[in-house]
Design a protein around this ligand. Structure first.
Ligand code: DGT
Ligand code: CA
Ligand code: CA
Ligand code: ZN
Length: 579
């Protein structure tokens, strides 16, 4: 059990207690503990046997230490279980809808015992929400849209969730003797933004043909399994507690490459590849590339051998969507895609001055630890009151502090001044131009009025990037993966205008955002639009955490030359839009 899971269980418990009308002080103590767990670098599951180590963590008192021990030992808390029995687990789904906090859920419960998403949809259709406090027409529309988005996304998982599951399983599997390699295939390996299920390939002596019994038993004993779907000689399928399906395939090492190629997909890529094989007198399957005439194996142990036998270059899995990669590989012109190690600066992050968790100094140290040459501190502005956004006066003071800390770093890392200025409903910016003109990095982002019609929203964003102080357009579509659709925006028009103006567009590497999408990034590259990849870090551990974002850039075939923050700090600043 990792800290993020413990934190979310504590927070969930707080939500349930709040719905149940518990004392505010008690509810807060769970929320504070959840925050503390999320922030600490101590692996709680590892130290949970030792109460003293838990108590040493700031924000964890005696009762919460006991709660953490209970969570690690049982996966839940008695009070959480009780409340789930009383209200039903469907409440947890309700809480995940946008605009549905514990207060609203409690209100719906009191009004008509609404206890899951289906009942909520029914209540809306029957008009039963009208007239309830805080349930205006707009709010009801918003909830309705949230339900639609939820239903559309059911069955898919964010890429970071899938990867966490894959990492935990890999550690477990590698601990068995006779297993040499565990490789995620499918959508996860191709770096898609969501995964329908997790495909894990396993090989080693324990997976030798006809001799997999022990390995199958071992996989089936994985403690994270919620329910078993199927158990065969070479395949074990099950669900994890969060509903994610996992297909584990046990393979002899002599056909590992063929299996990896096949199960990586995509289906569209495989179909075209198989046609190419047929034309060459071969047949391609999950077992091998073989000759059609005498069935002798041509290649099967590695992907490289298979692609080489098909007279083409190997290409990164992120490219395998049948979008021209097969032609490029046959012409030996697969580009050298960007890698995480190419990025030299992270220029979108927040500190305790607004809604971040760490100080300027801590963020800078985190940047150094990640090997970055520069970072930019880009706080929110005053219109975002819930983040404690900066007004002009505080912005100038904060800029001074950033410069002081920058001096203090003595060249170990460069800290640039910046702001993530809010784009107001009419497209004007939430900060005086005089202040913006003094900053190294000005990111402009939309954080409100998401429901504007397409033309209005497009005009708003175009007006904002028209301000000569704006250098980067932040999280340009506002989507949140599996949670909130992009707002209505003519993304193409915005990208083309940014290209003309020299405004860079951001790829936001937060796994819950990942916008621009791979498709939009492809368009941005075609238009010659500058691109910056940022983490939007609100705490130290996210600084320089690009891994999900980098894969989206790779899916769009971007190279280091396409991304501005692969440059050193001087060149980066020089390449930004001139005022
Ligand atoms: P997902 O799970 O929906 O995120 O997407 P994938 O791509 O992981 O799809 P999945 O899990 O159904 O299958 C994994 C890979 O196995 C897929 O990318 C290609 C291969 N595959 C599965 N079924 C077929 C098939 O019927 N034909 C071909 N050519 N390949 C298949
Ligand atoms: Ca899959
Ligand atoms: Ca699958
Ligand atoms: Zn933002």
């Amino acid at each position: 059990m990792d800290n993020a899971t413990i934190a979310s269980l504590l927070n969930e418990t707080a939500d349930l207690m709040e719905i149940d009308g518990a004392d505010g002080f008690r509810v807060r103590s769970y929320r504070n503990a959840s925050d503390a767990v999320e922030q600490t670098t101590v692996d709680l599951a590892a130290v949970s046997g030792d109460a003293a180590q838990l108590l040493a963590i700031q924000g964890i008192g005696k009762s919460m230490a006991a709660n953490i021990q209970a969570i690690v030992a049982t996966g839940s808390l008695p009070v959480r279980d009780e409340l789930l029995t009383k209200y039903g687990a469907g409440l947890l789904q309700l809480l995940k809808l946008p605009g549905m906090g514990p207060k609203t859920v409690a209100l719906l419960w009191d009004a008509g015992k609404v206890k899951n998403i289906d009942e909520l949809a029914e209540a809306i259709d029957a008009g039963r929400l009208k007239g309830l406090p805080r349930m205006g027409e707009k709010q009801i529309e918003k909830i309705k849209k949230g339900i639609e988005d939820y239903r559309r996304s059911v069955g898919r998982f964010r890429i970071d969730e899938a990867e966490d599951a894959a990492e935990r399983l890999t550690i477990y599997l590698m601990a068995m003797g006779g297993i040499e390699r565990v490789t995620p295939a499918g959508s996860l390996r191709r770096g898609r933004e969501t995964a329908g299920d997790l495909d894990l390939l396993v090989t080693g002596p324990a997976c030798a043909q006809g001799n997999t019994d022990a390995a199958v038993q071992y996989v089936a004993a994985y403690p994270g399994i919620h329910d078993m779907i199927a158990k065969g000689e070479n395949k074990v399928s099950f669900h994890l507690a969060n509903g994610l399906q996992v297909d584990v395939r046990l393979l002899p090492s002599n056909c590992y490459g063929a299996a990896l190629q096949y199960f990586t997909g995509s289906k569209a890529h495989n179909v075209v590849l198989r046609q190419r094989a047929l034309k060459m007198g071969y047949t391609l399957s999950e077992w091998s590339l073989s000759r059609l005439d005498n069935e002798s194996v041509v290649a099967s142990a590695t992907e490289e051998e298979i692609y080489a036998a098909l007279d083409m270059d190997w290409m990164p899995p992120e490219m395998r969507e049948n979008l021209g990669e097969i032609e490029a590989a046959a012409k030996r012109s697969v580009p050298k895609l960007i890698e995480a190690s190419d990025i030299k600066g992270d220029v979108h992050m927040h500190t305790t001055e607004t809604d971040g968790r760490n100080s300027i100094l801590e963020m800078a140290e985190a940047g150094i630890a990640r090997g970055l040459q520069y970072i930019a501190i880009t706080e929110h502005t005053k219109n975002l009151a819930m983040t404690n956004g900066l007004d002009e006066k505080r912005a100038l003071e904060h800029m001074k502090r950033i410069r002081e800390v920058d001096k203090q770093m003595e060249g170990r890392i460069r800290i640039l001044t910046g702001l993530e200025v809010d784009i107001l409903a009419d497209g004007s910016l939430d900060m005086d131009d005089e202040v913006l003109a003094q900053l190294d990095v000005v990111i402009a982002s939309v954080h409100s009025h998401f429901a504007q019609p397409r033309e209005e929203m497009t005009g708003r964003v175009l007006r904002a990037v028209g301000n000569p102080n704006v250098r980067i357009l932040g999280h340009p579509t506002g989507r949140q993966i599996l949670r909130r659709e992009a707002y209505a925006l003519d993304t193409g028009a915005v990208i083309r205008r940014c290209a003309e103006l020299g405004v860079a567009v951001e790829h936001n590497a937060a796994p819950e955002r990942l916008d621009l999408s791979d498709r939009d990034l492809r368009l941005a590259k075609e238009c010659g639009c500058r691109i910056v990849i940022n983490t939007d870090a609100h705490m130290t551990k996210v600084v320089g955490e690009w891994r999900y974002g980098i894969r989206q850039l790779r899916r769009a075939w971007l190279t280091a030359a396409d991304v501005l923050n692969t440059l050193g700090v001087k060149e980066f600043l020089g390449a930004m839009r001139k005022r």
